[in-house]
Design a protein around this ligand. Structure first.
Ligand SMILES: [Zn+2]
Length: 459
């Protein structure tokens, strides 16, 4: 008798449930879009589709807590050779990110979303939270990003990054694009793609926009995300203009809360950590991006000690989640000169169950438990120099595994990659579209001449 739609058997099942059970010779059974059973030995079980996961790790799909899909267009870009290298964070924004986002068009948004979400899928990400920025591609752009993500078949929380960098009107248009998109996907009850409210950063918006974002998050019951104290410009701006540090200002305007995912939080003092903990605000940690931009390292170990939920993002830089997990495992050690900081288990928690918690999805995603949505990856390491078992698996996930070891990806009960072959859009098609668009994008970028610095004008 066939009991299930899909049965994954004989695997080393990393559940990430509340007991953090790891089951040797375990199985996961799927019916429809849900996990029906998780257990040991599947002798009496059968299914329409049986996957033998002998020698493999079966675990929840990785959640990427913060990304910019369009960041993939910077990879290998000749722009870096043309500009004077930035010497700090704000120059990095001016010379790279803002130079780039100004020329972004709708096709760029589509192609980069396709390439980046495909790369994430192939390396084990089943849900990401993306924020797009582009002052000349606002209205309707989230539909193009959604179209790309749906072709790949993973989950996405997508949003437009509202900013008053140029004008108040620009901020208003950004927020309105989020409202439009949230209302549309809500009407269509899409199981995979949803919206949220996104704000660039506290130093590019006024309190008016922060308060409006809070009202909307309450009204629509969606998350709010914003960059916080990534570079020193953020706390300095807030101290100079408002007489308080970043998180104090966000707290005073009423923005903070359990539905807020604050990105980075590098330059935070203990009083700010207390506000983050007290309000239940979540943190998205982007270790590789922090290293690349040389902004410093957030005190993740302190946050975890205080019970703050921390998830891992890639910030539009390296999309392989296992590299970012490794980064989160290592960065606190070097930055705070203490090798005890961040255990392998903590790193994996941040990339799975904490990612779900950050976006209020812990009842649906983030662990392998009956009743949850079937977002599962099967990781079959090519090289395994030492024994792989329940005791050693977290160490291997952090130190041995790469995105290329992810063999099979299941999202919402549907197999979208099997034995490294995408069953949705083909690799050739993704590469063709993204290479063509990227080449045109670079040409426009290089021909735009010296980038005129954006002046942040506020109030
Ligand atoms: Zn970011």
């Amino acid at each position: 008798m066939v009991n299930f739609d899909i049965l994954i058997k004989n695997g080393l099942v990393v559940t990430m449930d509340s007991k953090r059970r790891v089951i040797e010779k375990g199985y996961v059974a799927i019916v429809g879009d849900r996990i029906a059973e998780v257990g040991k030995d599947s002798l009496d079980k059968s299914a329409e589709k049986v996957i033998d996961a002998k020698g493999a790790i079966v675990m929840p799909g990785i959640i990427c807590g913060h990304t910019h899909l369009y960041g993939i267009l910077l990879r290998g870009s000749p722009w870096f050779a043309k500009i004077e290298p930035p010497t700090d964070f704000i120059q990095n924004l001016h010379r790279i990110w803002w130079a780039m986002d100004e020329i972004m068009n709708y096709d760029d948004a589509y192609a980069s979303a396709l390439a980046a979400s495909f790369e994430m899928m192939k390396s084990g990400v089943t849900l990401f939270a993306d924020t797009f920025s582009g002052p000349n591609a606002i209205e309707g752009v989230l539909d193009r990003i959604e179209e790309a993500v749906k072709k790949v078949g993973i989950r996405g929380i997508i949003a437009f990054e509202a900013t008053e960098r140029h004008s108040k009107e620009e901020g208003e248009r950004g927020i309105k694009e989020n409202i439009r998109f949230i209302e549309r996907v809500r009407r269509e009850k899409d199981p995979l793609v949803t919206g949220m409210i996104s704000i660039h950063a506290s130093f590019t918006v006024t309190n008016w926009l922060l308060k409006w974002a809070r009202e909307l998050a309450n009204k629509y019951e969606v998350p709010i995300t914003l960059h916080t104290s990534e570079g020193l410009v953020d706390p300095y701006h807030n101290l100079e203009r408002y007489g308080m540090r970043t998180f104090e200002r966000l707290y005073r305007v009423g923005l903070l809360g359990p539905d807020v995912v604050a990105v980075h939080a590098v330059h935070v003092i203990d009083d700010e950590l207390k506000l983050i903990a007290k309000t239940g605000t979540k943190i998205a940690h982007n270790p590789l991006s922090n290293m690349l931009n040389a902004v410093g390292a957030p005190p993740i170990h302190k946050m975890l000690e205080m019970g703050i939920t921390v998830t891992i993002g890639n910030d539009g830089y390296i999309f392989d989640p296992f590299e970012n997990i490794r980064g989160a495992y290592l960065l606190a050690k070097v930055a705070f000169r203490d090798p005890r900081l961040i255990t392998p288990l903590e790193a994996i928690e941040m990339a799975t169950i904490n990612g779900a918690k950050a976006y209020g999805l812990e009842d649906k995603l983030g662990s392998l438990e009956p009743g949850k949505r079937a977002d599962i990856i099967i990781v079959m390491p090519e090289l395994m120099p030492t024994p792989l078992n329940a005791e050693t698996v977290y160490g291997h996930l952090v130190n041995t595994i790469d995105g290329d070891d992810v063999k099979t990806v299941i999202v919402n009960g549907k197999i979208i990659m099997e034995n490294r072959k995408s069953l949705t859009i083909s690799e050739e098609e993704v590469n063709k579209i993204s290479q063509e668009i990227a080449a045109k994008f670079w040409k426009r970028l290089l021909s735009k001449g010296e980038h005129q610095l954006d002046i942040v004008r506020l109030e």
